[in-house]
Design a protein around this ligand. Structure first.
Ligand code: MG
Length: 407
């Protein structure tokens, strides 16, 4: 059988990003490139892929266009829709009519291999439609919002007279012959909210879907921790130089805020979390001195100015803003400038309250904003032994250092 002509649709429409909080993970850096670049390159380099259509959300469209300009097989950047199904339908409309097989692949799965792409093209061509699946070793339960188990999903069940044993976790790329996918999109109501993948659309249209062997490493970047895992796997795969031989920079940050009076009713924010105390810190934002010091350390290491330049306290947009949003925006800028964050270490100087009971929560909040593991965030606290403005309980001072390594 002749090799079929295949097209890839890559839905990359993320959520709106206020202050560039980086919620669209396709812009995170792993092993020296963005997640989107890794994903696009896998399809661009595959000999059976003739064309690629990327689906972009409004917020990211310009940047996605720029990235796609460097990829020879990208034939169109389609507009994102209200749902994943609507986005893919917009992409499907741009696929060249000469296409035999269409693969739909999550932009946030940068670890897709050439072997897996080949396998899905082959199986979709032979069986009409095919998706990669991995047998799930875990037991699955439905848990209520109160945290208690409601039901256990049975591992085996009789479906249509056939006993199905085990549960299968499915991935992308999901493939189908062009005319079958077009048929599925034409006959299913796309406003249905339960359509979470292309396979389900095909199933609803009565088209059999063959499950081919998936790849356990083909993870979807969903949580901050996934970036570290993808970075390790891709670095190993590309024989990338260890971080130690790349350029390293260190930055330093300092910040101080005075306490507001107790009757001002300001909550105390430090390290991105609210800490019970009879007074909060005074400032234009939430006055989180620890996060401000961390922002300045990161900006200092990357030579990107300081927090006062980026987010002026004369701008009403930043009035009472949660400083964790500023740290997320700083993280995005630092990454866009080509730096990977290695660690942040901070010291808080405060007479009260006691901060150690809140240290883990602060570490977790900062690590989430920086998209690194909590073990790379260190927070220490000390008092001023009654001396000076901190000693008199007038305010809190923070120091932070950050280390970056070139991507
Ligand atoms: Mg400040």
């Amino acid at each position: 059988m002749a090799t079929p002509e295949a097209a890839a649709i890559i839905p990359a429409a993320g959520k709106a990003r206020r202050f560039g909080s980086g919620s669209n993970k396709i812009w995170s850096h792993v092993a020296g490139r963005t997640v989107l670049e890794w994903t696009l390159s896998a399809f661009d380099a595959h000999p059976a892929i003739a064309s690629i259509v990327v689906v972009a959300g409004e917020d990211d469209a310009e940047r996605i266009e720029r990235v796609c300009a460097g990829k020879s097989k990208v034939v169109a950047v389609a507009e994102g829709g209200d749902s994943r199904a609507a986005s893919v339908r917009n992409g499907l409309a741009k696929v060249p009519p000469s296409t035999n097989v269409v693969l739909v692949h999550d932009a946030a799965r940068p670890l897709v291999t050439s072997e897996l792409i080949s396998r899905i093209i082959d199986c979709a061509s032979r069986f009409g439609a095919s998706i990669p699946g991995v047998a799930a070793p875990d037991t699955f339960k439905r848990v209520g919002s109160d945290g208690f188990v409601r039901i256990t999903i049975p591992r085996s069940a009789e479906v249509g007279g056939t006993v199905c044993s085990g549960l299968t976790s499915v991935q992308t790329p999901q493939g189908a012959r062009l005319e079958l996918l077009q048929h599925a999109y034409a006959c299913v109501d796309l406003s249905r909210t339960d359509v979470t993948d292309e396979s389900f659309l095909l199933e609803l249209a009565g088209i059999p879907v063959y499950v081919a062997q998936g790849d356990p490493d083909n993870i979807k970047i969903t949580h901050a921790e996934d970036i570290g895992i993808a970075d390790q796997l891709l670095s190993r795969r590309t024989d990338r130089e260890p971080a130690a031989s790349r350029e390293t920079r260190t930055g330093f940050g300092y910040d101080v805020h005075t306490f507001a009076t107790p009757d001002a009713g300001r909550p105390l924010f430090l390290g991105g979390v609210e800490i019970p105390h009879d007074r909060g810190l005074d400032g234009h934002s939430d006055a989180d001195a620890l996060l401000h010091a961390a922002c300045d350390a990161l900006l200092g290491a990357a030579s990107l100015g300081d927090i006062g330049i980026l987010f002026p306290n004369t701008d009403p947009a930043y009035r009472n803003i949660a400083s964790i949003r500023l740290l997320e925006a700083v993280t995005l800028r630092v990454r866009e400038a080509g730096w990977q964050i290695v660690n942040v270490d901070a010291t808080v100087l405060a007479e009260a309250p006691k901060l150690m009971p809140h240290r883990e929560r602060m570490q977790a909040a900062i690590a989430r904003a920086l998209q690194i593991e909590p073990s790379r965030v260190s927070i220490k606290a000390t008092t001023s032994e009654g001396m000076g403005f901190v000693g008199r309980g007038e305010g809190i001072a923070c120091w932070a250092v950050a280390t970056l390594v070139s991507q």
